[in-house]
Design a binder for this molecule. Structure first.
Ligand SMILES: [Zn+2]
Length: 211
């Protein structure tokens, strides 16, 4: 096979608008663009992790509002469960980034890169070890229970085809009589979760910023 010399790919093809995110700073209202998603405001230096969390939760709220208009019940359930998964993903991405940018303040910066926030009690334990903050205590008990239970439902949906297992019952205190049944994700639960997750996000940022 003979290779014909072709024209090189123009470099600017890699710098597409779709790879950038337009952000309005919550601290000083400056509009700026970051490559990727996360970054610092070039004016006041506030990090945009919480802004991005709120934006993604807003989209999840819209997804739910759309879901409850659907008359196809299978599709409606799929959309509600998808909204739950999006909510957890939004929080996980936000919280990882919020910790990453403060890793220099942690007890072990090498471990802040491997934090995960899909299991809240486990994440709270890591935050205690690394940053000396108590996220669970700073969040109301009812909100914490709602978020933890919802995050555990997401785990079932993502890894167990939505079928309840012993691990879920142990983590949530639900009766093991439910094992083998399909988990039920109520629309109201996800609607409340959107607000609760925003609150937990604000609390986390506040805890990490405190001296
Ligand atoms: Zn700013």
């Amino acid at each position: 096979m003979k290779l014909q010399p072709g024209r090189p790919w123009p470099i600017r093809h890699y710098r597409e608008k779709a790879l950038e995110t337009d952000v309005t700073c919550d601290g000083c209202s400056l509009e700026y663009t970051v490559f990727g998603v996360f970054g610092f405001c070039p004016d006041c230096r506030q990090h945009n992790s919480e802004t991005i969390l709120k934006r993604n939760l807003l989209l999840t709220g819209k997804q739910l509002a759309l879901a409850i208009t659907l008359s196809d019940l299978d599709f409606r359930r799929h959309m509600v469960e998808d909204a739950l998964e999006n909510c957890v993903s939004a929080f996980d991405g936000f919280a990882r980034e919020a910790c990453r940018v403060r890793s220099a303040d942690s007890a072990d910066p090498s471990r802040t890169g491997s934090l995960s926030f899909q299991n809240l009690p486990r994440a709270a334990a890591r935050l205690q070890e690394l940053f000396g903050v108590d996220l669970e205590a700073a969040v109301g008990a009812a909100d914490w229970a709602l978020a933890h239970g919802s995050f555990m439902k997401r785990h079932l949906l993502a890894h167990r085809s939505g079928v309840i297992d012993q691990q879920y019952c142990d983590a949530t205190g639900e009766t093991s009589a439910l094992i083998g049944r399909r988990v039920v994700v109520e629309e109201e639960q996800v609607q409340r979760l959107v607000d609760v997750v925003e609150g937990i996000g604000s609390t986390l940022v506040r805890l990490l910023e405190a001296p």
